[in-house]
Design a protein around this ligand. Sequence first.
Ligand SMILES: Nc1ncnc2c1ncn2[C@@H]1O[C@H](COP(=O)(O)OP(=O)(O)O)[C@@H](O)[C@H]1O
Ligand SMILES: [Mg+2]
Length: 168
Amino acid sequence: MEAIKKIINEKGIGKTIGIGGSATIYRINDSGLAIKVSPLDGFFRPWPNPSPDRMYRGLYKEFVTQSQLYERGISVPKPEGLTWVRSPKTGIFCPSLVMEYIPHTNPHQNPEYERIEKMFWDEVEKAKKVGFIPSFDCDPYNNWLFNSEKNKVYLIDFRFWGCQNDRK
Ligand SMILES: Nc1ncnc2c1ncn2[C@@H]1O[C@H](COP(=O)(O)OP(=O)(O)O)[C@@H](O)[C@H]1O
Ligand SMILES: [Mg+2]
C-alpha cells in the first residue's frame, strides 16, 4: 500500500473510470489497479456532513466482504487494501479501496448477451451457496463487469451485501 500511495503522490490518482452511487473509481495511472474513492465523492452524497469515520467503516465492511468472496473463489476484482487519498474532485481526504483493475466492455451491447448474463447469475448463485447474501443492487444492470478477453464476469460493489454469519 505504501508503494501505491507513493505512485499517487508523485503522479496523481489517474483517470476516472466510473462514477457510482456514492463513489468515484479511478484507474491508478496505467497500473493494473483501480481505486474506489468513497463516499464523500460520489453522485449522491450520503446525508449532510457524513463523518469520515462512519464512511471508513462502511468501506471497511465492503473490503472485508470482497476479500472473503475472493478467498472463497468467487470472481471479484482482487482487493489490495484500504487507504486515504485526497479526492481530486472535492479536495477532501476520503477513505478508498484499492483493487485489481478489470478491463471491461458493456455486456448489454454484446451479441452473446444471454450467455454472458447466465455467467453473471451463476456467479451470484456460487456466492449464495457459500453463505453470502447479495444485495438489492446486484442485478444485470448494476455491479458486475464483463471481460471479453478472458470471457469472465466479475461481481463488484459489496456495500450492501450480507453474510449468513453476520450477527443479527
Ligand atoms: N475493479 C474495477 N475495474 C474496472 N472498473 C471498475 C472497477 N470497480 C468499479 N469500476 C467501474 O466503476 C463503476 C462504479 O463502481 P461501483 O463499485 O459500483 O461504485 P458505487 O458503489 O458508487 O456504485 C462500475 O460500474 C465500473 O464501471
Ligand atoms: Mg455500484
